[in-house]
Design a protein around this ligand. Structure first.
Ligand code: IPE
Ligand code: IPE
Ligand code: MG
Length: 241
């Protein structure tokens, strides 16, 4: 791959299409989730090796609790084991953080999250943010509640509240997302990181997540490099402006 390509600082991925991937192979949906998680281990390493610093992945939405108990239970057992395996593999390299509400998550998943948060490499400049029981609306509401408490306790003056300060009250104080990828061809955001996505470039490959490999990520980077990011300004040197 060309070396002079711009690499996004923060990539967000909505890991979608596990169920359809399994269905196409006459497998139960759980197998799709299993191979999706395996793929996450592999592809995240590649993404960091390509120079990305922050990777946010949407693993389970607040809305996903609407699915059958069998599917939710399977996913939770996958998370309880999977986060630990992930950390063992990338212990010396990647800091792992989580975004989402803790309520409704089973104790073994919470235990695994706490263990991993404590034992992962704390001072790494490579961060994976795993969104679990996560919703973009909930994140904003939870931030507003924390702000209200700080205002009531005279820890924050409302006049000092700006975008930077607000960001600090989110589940994790992360930089904005530069490139958002949603696999499986669905062209929607589904409540993923609404605040952080404000100026992200959006990319919707057709491939289901278990098949989203190194080649697919390189394609996303090539597409990202074709985008003209203006942030509301005008690039006067650009022939399209
Ligand atoms: C994404 O795959 C994983 C989760 C939402 C947990 P899906 O399970 O949504 O797969 P499809 O969209 O049904 O194919
Ligand atoms: C979004 O995918 C949530 C995750 C990938 C975790 P869904 O499959 O749940 O989204 P919808 O229902 O198609 O919008
Ligand atoms: Mg889906």
């Amino acid at each position: 791959m060309e070396d002079n390509l711009k690499i996004p600082n923060h990539v967000g991925i909505i890991l979608d299409g596990n169920g359809r991937w399994a269905k196409q192979r006459n497998l139960p949906r759980s197998k799709g989730h299993y191979y999706g998680f395996k793929n996450l281990e592999k592809i995240s390493k590649y993404i960091f090796d390509r120079g990305v610093n922050v990777l946010s992945v949407f693993a389970f939405s607040t809305e996903n609790f609407k699915r059958s108990k069998e599917e939710v239970d399977y996913l939770m057992s996958l998370f309880a084991k999977g986060f630990k395996t992930f950390n063992q593999k990338y212990k010396d390299k990647i800091k792992i953080v989580f975004s989402g509400r803790r309520d409704l998550l089973p104790t073994d998943v919470l235990k695994s999250m706490d263990e991993v948060s404590k034992n992962c490499k704390q001072d790494s400049d490579k961060i994976i943010n795993i969104c679990i029981n996560y919703g973009g609306h909930s994140e904003i509401i939870d931030a507003v509640k924390k702000i209200n408490i700080d205002v009531l306790n005279n820890k924050l003056n409302l006049d000092d509240l700006d975008e930077e300060v607000f960001n600090h009250y989110l589940y994790n104080d992360l930089p904005p997302i530069d490139l958002m990828i949603r696999t499986s061809g669905e062209v929607r955001i589904s409540n993923f990181m609404l605040w952080q996505l404000s100026y992200a470039e959006l990319y919707f490959p057709k491939v289901h997540f278990p098949d989203f490999d190194e080649r697919e990520f390189d394609k996303a980077i090539i597409e990202y490099n074709k985008r003209d990011r203006r942030f509301g300004g005008i690039n006067y040197g650009d022939k399209n402006s």
